[in-house]
Design a protein around this ligand. Structure first.
Ligand code: OXD
Ligand code: MN
Length: 581
């Protein structure tokens, strides 16, 4: 196979001349192709077959132990000036970056096959979808891209029709962290990733294309590319509201997207459109419409169990690729949280007999890759070319202290301020220290493809496009008491908070004014049958003025750090709230 698109043919040629693969394979997405890839990866040891009775079509991949998470310090935005990338990104001049990667890609695919993967982010016939081509020497990447994107022949056909595509070049290189780079050239529509096989670094359609490159174009073209789940909540009367929610990595986006209503919320249904990324456009009717550019989930396994996310457990029993989970003696995947006790005879994620003194059985950032069609709560509206209408945008983070369970912004501009000031404890999804509170505006700190402050200005501009935009909220499921116990039960019970949010969007739902925003009045949240005492509830909804003053001062300093680029409107919001406090 090859292509009638001259630019694509020339680029593939150029890459082959540089990387010197033994073979070039154009990925068509067929089942025969998948079967052959699986045969080869089983033979090479890249995949281990799981128990075919309990987990048909499912495999375990053990990555290099130094390659288990996104490496933000090795991720660069390569714009002509450093200012365009902004100080929350790592920047490298395009010439320097090209020179570095050129030497690393030189001959990197010798004795390997080079796979050319045409893919579409979004429903294949959506006007909001975008095409890309990833070239990789990793069969694991090809098999993951099959689940995470719409790829193969239909994607190539769209590229040949439209001509335009984002280029992504990936090689495992030698997996040496000292020779690992994830480079983004937004002005060249190009991504180069070398030295890592980890999802966020290697499945280039996801963070690299659908967030970093797409966010850059979204600003030019007047839409939003966001690190957000999309979920529909259907009430007992059969009306569905969709919300989009941004949380930093490993804060439960997948769980919220697949929420199962608890017994007390009978009659409600939850429909999953996406668990990680939303592309949102203002439609002709003035509402915001969102598509999920992805076709699968690359979810965090630990903590996923029948009591926390039964839909996820149910969707992982076939046709799933697991990465860095533990293995039971009868060939089933296992991770902390799947069951209370670790089964006897477990093999840990490194392939050693599990011993509790030796760390976790599954890596804390171990993952599953699965097609979204396997999710019992999958929403067929995910395939609508025009997307789904969004009623509310929700920001959140992991905040053990201070931040209430939920509050609503006064208006769009205040909502942008709320998004810009999101902070959260770091997790195992990125390499580095875990549990440190850092600012993660709109949960986009690791994913914004240009200057973060210009991104805020773009968000503010979007506010002028319509008076029917979603209302903006902030939630915090992670408040802890003095004994470090979670104060809010979370998971399915979060539906109670989503219902208040939807009530607010419909123009009812009790709320009281506070300097930081609107919080539910007594009785406005449905607490029936909930095991949280009233003192705890009061604390979860309280606004601690002294604590918020220092938070606002910190946010002010943070905003100032972006110099002239920081929109005046955000500084004014900061002053307004400080005065009110
Ligand atoms: C992810 C992440 O994998 O945000 O989605 O790290
Ligand atoms: Mn994510």
């Amino acid at each position: 196979m090859s292509t009638s698109n001259a630019a694509l043919a020339a680029w593939v040629n150029e890459v082959a001349n540089l990387t010197k693969p033994d073979d070039i394979h154009w990925v068509n997405g067929s089942e025969a192709e998948r079967d052959e890839l699986i045969r080869q990866t089983l033979a090479s040891g890249e995949l281990i077959a799981l128990n075919p009775e309990t987990h048909p079509g499912s495999y375990l991949h053990r990555s290099d132990p130094s390659d288990v998470a996104r490496t933000e310090h090795l991720t660069f935005i390569c714009t002509p000036t450093e200012e365009e990338a902004g100080h929350s990104n790592n920047w490298m001049a395009p010439d320097e970056a090209h020179a570095k990667t050129r030497s690393l890609f030189q001959g990197a695919m010798r004795r390997r096959t080079m796979y050319v993967i045409p893919y579409v982010m979004g429903p294949v016939d959506s006007p909001y979808a975008q095409c890309g081509v990833e070239i990789t020497d990793s069969r694991y990447v090809v098999l993951n891209m099959r689940k995470m994107t719409r790829m193969g022949t239909p994607a190539l056909e769209r590229i040949e029709r439209e001509g335009h595509f984002i280029k992504g070049l990936h090689s495992l290189g030698d997996l040496d962290p000292d020779r690992r780079f994830i480079m983004h050239y937004p002005q060249e529509d190009l991504i180069e990733s070398v030295g890592s096989g980890y999802g966020g670094n290697a499945l280039l359609g996801k963070k690299c294309h659908a967030l970093r490159i797409a966010s850059y174009h979204a600003r030019e073209q007047g839409w939003l590319a966001e690190h957000m789940l999309i979920v529909g909540i259907e009430n007992p009367a059969g009306e569905t509201h969709y919300v989009a929610a941004a949380f930093p990595s490993a804060c439960g986006k997948t769980n919220l997207a697949m929420l199962i209503p608890p017994a007390s919320q009978a009659g409600y249904k939850v429909h999953t459109v996406g668990d990680d990324i939303a592309w949102m456009h203002v439609g002709e009717d003035g509402r915001m419409w969102a598509i999920n550019p992805e076709a699968g989930y690359f979810g965090v396994a630990p903590g996923t169990g029948r009591d926390t996310n039964a839909n996820a457990v149910d969707m992982l029993h076939k046709d799933t690729i697991f990465t860095n989970v533990a293995l039971t003696s009868d060939g089933q995947p296992w991770w902390e949280g799947l069951s209370k006790e670790a089964p006897a005879g477990l093999t840990d994620w490194r392939g050693h007999p599990f011993s509790p003194g030796n760390g976790k059985a599954a890596h804390p950032n171990s993952r599953f890759t699965v097609s979204s069609h396997q999710n019992p709560s999958y929403d067929p509206a995910s395939e609508h070319p025009g997307g789904v209408p969004i009623s509310a945008i929700i920001f959140g983070g992991r905040r053990p202290n201070l931040v209430p369970l939920v509050y609503q912004s006064h208006d769009w501009e205040h909502g942008v301020y709320v998004g810009a000031s999101v902070a959260s404890e770091t997790t195992a999804a990125q390499s580095g220290a875990v549990g440190v509170v850092r600012r993660d505006p709109m949960a986009m700190k690791p994913f914004c493809g240009y200057n973060m402050a210009d991104y805020w200005a773009h968000w503010l501009n979007m506010g002028g496009k319509s008076d029917k935009l979603p209302k903006i909220f902030h939630v915090n499921w992670f408040r802890q008491d003095e004994q470090h116990r979670y104060m809010w039960p979370g998971f399915g019970e979060n539906l109670r908070v989503l219902r208040w949010i939807i009530d607010r969007c419909e123009g009812h739902g009790g709320a009281r004014e506070t300097p930081i925003g609107l919080v539910p009045t007594d009785g406005a949240l449905d607490l029936q049958g909930l095991d949280v005492d009233s003192a705890t509830m009061k604390e979860l909804l309280a606004v601690d003025r002294a604590g918020w003053k220092s938070e606002m001062n910190e946010i002010g300093t943070y905003l100032d750090g972006f110099g002239d680029h920081t929109p005046a409107a955000l500084k004014a919001q900061n002053r307004r709230i400080l005065n009110a406090l």
